[in-house]
Design a protein around this ligand. Structure first.
Ligand code: BGC
Length: 402
């Protein structure tokens, strides 16, 4: 304290008054004093293995904004790392059948590499997931033009989609789960889309090894919304090569074929007697070079499958298993479609997390969604959201071993 003054002097008390105060205070403390709490017992095994979340700095954007990385760990040691930059999942650590934990999601080496992230590794995709033909659409007779970032079309929300923005993050820890609530307001006119869109995406890791995504949005003008998560998986472990040995079951009777720009033709075709029939388990390698024109055109699979469902709510969309590690992943969703993408554009050019670059088919995505280009396809389920309505969507990835 400055000039060696005591607290009493600073408050203007005389020495005697100060002493009196001390006496009164100590008596009061003495009267109300309770026995000290017993020393804390060491945590029980249950307490030790609770779900936890922690936060650490991840990087700094060119404009100086600092972003964080949240690490969620569940009671079984499953771990998810996600940033408030684009909601990007940078790591997903999951045990195999022998209990060995490996990272099973693809990603980049450093935060700076994620500033570009051309394959959208691990990110939240919005305001409109997948493609909008010719970068334009109409609502109520009014045309809206979007930036074209994929040839003649708009992909994954435009030049600066939801994968490249900073989200507000609110972590939570519960008895049986842990997670982060990400919120972001996309301004009216942002990337050409109408309406201020209040968006919330909640990531939850449960102690049943489920990773869920709950999407919610409201708008103040009619707009289109199609949110998804773009994690790439390799159930044998990130960096362990291609995913051609994985076994896929996709619970879809139909799919939406595409034209050259990967824009749906508008048709909804049955999968029967085509390489798109994944209703019974298929080893990906047995189909990836199929001579079907749709598979050739995409260089593998990059198609929307129409999820078979009896009623609204969560439906099982896909199951993937990997024979060497016996890891299994299931995808349940409330969405009508899932984009099965087999990493066809991965071309050994990125600063891949495991060191060696990612070659074609090093990972797969199962992006739950409304169908691509729905804003221009009147036959597809609508993606229009109007003021007063709520956009609600839920997807759950469940990891297990067999
Ligand atoms: C699309 C692909 C695209 C990939 C990365 C997927 O959702 O369907 O065509 O290359 O995302 O952008």
């Amino acid at each position: 304290m400055k000039n060696g003054s005591s607290p009493g002097r600073a408050s203007g008390l005389t020495g005697r008054q100060w002493l009196a105060c001390l006496l009164v205070a100590s008596t009061l403390v003495g009267c109300s004093q309770e026995p000290p709490p017993p020393p804390k017992a060491p945590p029980t095994p249950e307490e030790k293995s609770k779900n936890t979340i922690s936060k650490a700095p991840f990087g700094t954007l060119p404009d100086g904004t600092a972003v964080d990385l949240y690490t969620m760990v569940n009671a079984n040691g499953m771990e998810v790392r996600a940033s408030n930059y684009g909601g990007i999942i940078t790591a997903l650590l999951v045990p195999d059948s022998s209990g060995k934990v490996s990272d099973i999601t693809l990603g980049l080496k450093s935060f700076d590499d994620y500033l570009k992230n051309p394959p959208y590794f691990g990110a939240i995709i919005g305001r409109y997931g997948n493609r909008i033909a010719k970068g334009q659409f109409k609502i109520d007779g009014q045309t809206y033009k979007l930036p074209k970032n994929d040839g003649a079309n708009t992909l994954h929300g435009g030049l600066k989609g939801f994968d490249k923005v900073v989200w507000q993050a609110e972590p939570f820890e519960k008895e049986d789960s842990v997670g982060v609530i990400f919120t972001y307001t996309s301004k009216d006119g942002e990337e050409g889309f109408p309406g201020n869109l209040q968006t919330r995406v909640t990531y939850t890791l449960t102690d049943k090894n489920e990773l869920s995504f709950d999407y919610h949005a409201t708008t103040d003008k009619p707009t289109v919304v199609n949110l998804t998560q773009h994690a790439y998986f390799n159930l044998a472990g990130d960096g362990s090569g291609d995913v051609l040995g994985h076994e896929f079951t996709i619970f879809a009777n139909e799919y939406t074929p595409v034209n050259k720009g990967l824009i749906p033709t508008g048709k909804i075709e049955p999968v029967t007697d085509t390489p798109f029939d994944f209703r019974n388990k298929v080893v990906l390698g047995s189909r990836i070079n199929d001579t079907h024109p749709q598979v050739k055109l995409a260089g593998g699979f990059d198609h929307n499958f129409v999820i078979r469902r009896k009623e609204p709510g969560l439906a099982l969309a896909a199951r993937v298993s990997e024979p060497s590690t016996r890891r299994v992943m299931e995808v349940h969703t409330t969405e009508p479609g899932v984009q099965f993408y087999t990493g066809n554009f991965l071309d050994n050019t990125l600063a891949a997390k495991p060191g060696k670059p990612y070659a074609k088919h090093s990972g797969f995505c199962l992006e739950t969604q409304h169908y691509p280009d729905s804003p221009n396809q009147p036959e597809f389920p609508s993606t229009v959201l109007r003021p007063g309505e709520e956009y609600n969507s839920r997807t759950v990835y469940t990891f297990s071993v067999r």
